[in-house]
Design a protein around this ligand. Sequence first.
Ligand SMILES: C[S@@+](CC[C@H](N)C(=O)[O-])C[C@H]1O[C@@H](n2cnc3c(N)ncnc32)[C@H](O)[C@@H]1O
Length: 202
Amino acid sequence: MKPEELPASPAADRNKSFILEELKKRIPELTRLIEIASGTGQHAQFFAENCPQWEIQTSDRELESMGLKKRVAGAGLENLLTPIEVDVTEELPEGLKTFDFLYAANCMHIMPWSAAPHFFEKVQRLLVPGGQAFLYGPFEFDDITTAPSNLDFSASLKLRDPDMGLRHFNQVSDEAAKNSLRFQERVSMPANNFILTFKKDG
Ligand SMILES: C[S@@+](CC[C@H](N)C(=O)[O-])C[C@H]1O[C@@H](n2cnc3c(N)ncnc32)[C@H](O)[C@@H]1O
């Protein structure tokens, strides 16, 4: 399959360079990183192309329908590893190593909130002590008025499935803290998105 025929998200192409710019400020040149809920794999491919010393392990609960497996194979990048199946609500694959960094984009509002404890438990298990997690996407905060476009987006998700929808930062950080993941930083991103960073207790 030609690269242009792979499933792709226009939003992922628009936001990938802004995300990478912020990650590069916080992630050293040589490292190992896992992505949860990679989707189409556009972010991971872009990161791997631009940071050849980052070894990137992509994953999703489903590797075919969004073309993740084909995209990674077609990219032919040594530092972009074959995707693995990780459903955060299930057991992790046997023998999976730990990572210095973890990245997950646009998944908290897609997963039902009942998956959040499992998500953070897996984040905690996948990180080395002192490792950091970066969560990208739209979130709600007490001190920021949620953009009308995000409110509409959340309402449309809830129409599809009442368990979907934007999450409030307090919910997210509370759940993370239960798994030894301390909230560190909020980075405002274009299009009313954010990066939330968490550090696993060392
Ligand atoms: C909106 S897509 C985001 C894809 C990509 N990260 C991006 O930003 O373009 C949400 C992703 O979450 C994944 N997902 C949903 N529930 C999951 C679960 N329980 N475990 C792992 N991945 C899950 C879906 O398969 C999908 O790839």
